[in-house]
Structures are given as structure tokens and as C-alpha cells.
Design a protein around this ligand. Structure first.
Ligand SMILES: [Zn+2]
Length: 79
């Protein structure tokens, strides 16, 4: 998947956003038809949402990890 600066003056495709798209997301192995054009705001929001989701998942995994590591004897204490 690629993220490139949008070359065209088209509208952001995120819902009813309506801003001018600044970035184009190119999914791998697909034609240009499935390219997603988004504005900076929406991309930022999307990234933000994803990061939150990722952090939540990570925290969950770490909690799980701690339990299993205790049994083995934790050796990495980077954080
Ligand atoms: Zn937008």
C-alpha cells in the first residue's frame, strides 16, 4: 500500500467531508479505481483513531504478556 500526495484537485472521499484531497492511498495490487483520496484532516483523524486502537490493543497484549512473563521470569524491562 502506498501513500502519495494527491495529484488531482478532487474532493476528499471520507464521508461528507468535502475538503480538497491532499493524499492518495493506493492499495496494493489494485487498479487506480480503488484509490482513496483523502484530505489532511481526515488522514490525521484516521491515523489518530488507528493509533488509539493500536495502543488499546497493545495495552491488552502487554497485560497478557506480563502474566506469562512472570511465569517464565521476566528478562526484558525496557519500559
Ligand atoms: Zn476529508
Amino acid at each position: 500500500m502506498k501513500l502519495l500526495k494527491c495529484k488531482y484537485r478532487i474532493k476528499c472521499e471520507m464521508g461528507a467531508c468535502g475538503n480538497v484531497a491532499k493524499y492518495s492511498i493506493f492499495p496494493s495490487r489494485t487498479g487506480s479505481q480503488s484509490t482513496l483520496h483523502v484530505c489532511e484532516n481526515c488522514l490525521e483523524e484516521l491515523t489518530d483513531l488507528f493509533m488509539k486502537e493500536k495502543v488499546a490493543k497493545k495495552e491488552k497484549a502487554e497485560k497478557k504478556d506480563k502474566v506469562t512473563k512472570k511465569d517464565k521470569g521476566a528478562k526484558d524491562e525496557k519500559e
